[in-house]
Design a protein. Structure first.
Length: 134
């Protein structure tokens, strides 16, 4: 049975949605799969030069995201990290994924420190060219 009286729910979507009002509070709807796991998983695979993706790598990505949950420190906090922390969390997820790829032998071995440097140097930073008006 679901208890709707306390206003607690786990809601995460693949697309952005506007916040929901409940009992005088505005609750942000989390967008999880498209911005947390997939880009960081890909970053880790590319940086590791992994030959394939394993179930363990996907589980590692999810567990690393879970370890970064603000709700671990404050039960009333968001389940997912703030979007402003996305790059930092992506580095952690990508590093964990790449190290898992190395552990299972589908990527060349490096030290953790060297691999983290690879992840950081491979992380894409959007830069937009200013178009001139003619």
């Amino acid at each position: 049975m679901i208890n709707w009286t306390n206003g607690r729910a786990l809601v995460a979507t693949g697309s952005p949605f506007a916040p929901v009002s409940f009992d005088g509070r505005k609750i942000r709807i989390a967008q999880c799969n498209n911005i947390y796991i997939f880009p960081a998983l890909g970053l880790g695979l590319v940086a590791a030069r992994a030959r394939r993706v394993t179930d363990g790598m996907i589980l590692t990505a999810g567990r690393t995201l879970a370890a970064n949950s603000p709700a671990l420190k404050d039960p009333s906090a968001s389940l997912l990290p703030a979007v402003g922390d996305l790059r930092k969390v992506a580095i952690q997820i990508a590093t964990a994924v790449g190290l898992e790829a190395q552990r299972v032998g589908v990527a060349p071995a490096t030290t953790e420190e060297e691999f983290r440097r690879r992840v950081i140097s491979a992380q894409w930073t959007p830069a937009y060219t200013q178009l001139s008006e003619e």
